[in-house]
Design a protein around this ligand. Structure first.
Ligand code: FAD
Ligand code: FES
Length: 278
């Protein structure tokens, strides 16, 4: 019998890593499904999400920020926004949450083999991109040049700092970090992510650009990519409409005839343009 895709499963918090501080802090939760067989059989792809829930409070759609190549656990990087995410931030290692999913489509990483990959992220938008980056690291020979462009408001808002600083030391991956406003001791780019992209000028030849972040950043990143000569089909992003069921039943997330939870959240700019014309 087919598994009920709406059924939540219990998941234990293995570890919690604070990523950023402040009112809208981000924490990365490492979760393991309580049922060993379910954890072993949990298959996801980069770009997919899951409903992460806390009993008695509710659930939120969150991108799976670990890569499918990282077996035996799932990671979610969660920004404290409201009721559910605040309760998740107050939870502790050993507590049991719920997970249902994985939901949605994914980044077509198989199709992107032998291409240059440019990831362009802002703030918590780096979460689905981290899954892509970790996947590519584990399949490095399958991809050509890799550029990771990531920015946040300030150094304390940069997510995955340690991982990105480690990646900066590699010779086969280029990391370009930025903060919006000057800070003492920061010798990297200061300014908005689309401006950093225009400064780096990645070549569109045999390249795929994938961008996630605040809608205003995505808008200007896409404009910058088009100015650099990228075609619509070379640009990918995610759409994060508010969701409830996650499985294309409630109609909460639809744009025209598309259900973002089922047909997305990953869209090429080619498809996205058609959607915004609806
Ligand atoms: C496909 C998808 C992937 C996502 N991935 C992540 C992720 O990896 N990490 C993460 O921290 N968050 C992610 N989100 C956003 C996350 O689902 C919401 O922030 C969360 O549901 C808020 O729940 P809450 O109960 O804490 O806040 P609420 O009390 O419901 O809302 C608090 C505030 O957040 C705003 N808000 C709630 N949901 C959204 C949304 N989807 N977009 C914009 N504003 C919203 C509300 O308007 C309100 O101002 C994702 C959302 C989607 C649809
Ligand atoms: S969240 Fe219910 S249809 Fe998409």
């Amino acid at each position: 019998m087919m598994k009920n895709p709406y059924l939540p499963q219990r998941a234990k918090i293995e570890s919690i890593r604070p990523e950023t501080r402040g009112e809208r802090a981000i924490k990365t939760f490492k979760l393991v499904l309580a049922d060993k067989a379910s954890q072993e059989n949990f298959v996801h792809k980069s770009g997919q999400c899951a409903m992460v829930g806390i009993l008695g409070v509710g659930e939120s759609m969150i991108s799976i920020s670990s890569s499918p190549t990282q077996k035996g656990y799932l990671e979610f990087s969660i920004m404290k926004m409201g009721k559910v995410t605040s309760a998740l931030h107050n939870s502790e290692v050993g507590e049991v949450l719920t997970i249902r999913g994985p939901y949605g489509n994914h980044f077509p990483l198989e199709e992107w083999k032998n291409k240059n990959i440019i990831t362009i992220g802002g703030g918590i938008g780096q979460a689905p991109l981290r899954s892509v980056i970790n996947y590519i690291q584990d399949r490095r020979k399958d991809y050509r040049e890799i550029d990771i462009i990531y920015g946040a408001r300030s150094t304390i808002d940069l997510c995955y700092k340690e991982e990105l600083f480690d990646l900066e030391k590699r010779t086969d991956i280029r990391v370009h970090l930025s903060i919006d406003v000057e800070e003492e001791g920061w010798d990297k780019f200061v300014g908005f992510v689309p401006n950093n992209l225009l400064r780096i000028k990645p070549s569109p030849k045999n390249s795929i650009a994938v961008t996630c972040g605040p809608p205003v950043m995505i808008k200007f990143v896409i404009k910058s990519l088009l100015d650099l000569g990228f075609s619509d089909h070379q640009i990918y992003t995610t759409v994060e409409n508010r969701m409830k069921c996650g499985i294309g039943k409630c109609g909460r997330c639809n744009v025209g005839s598309f259900y973002v939870c089922k047909d997305g959240p990953v869209f090429s700019y080619e498809t996205l343009k058609q959607l915004s014309e609806i």
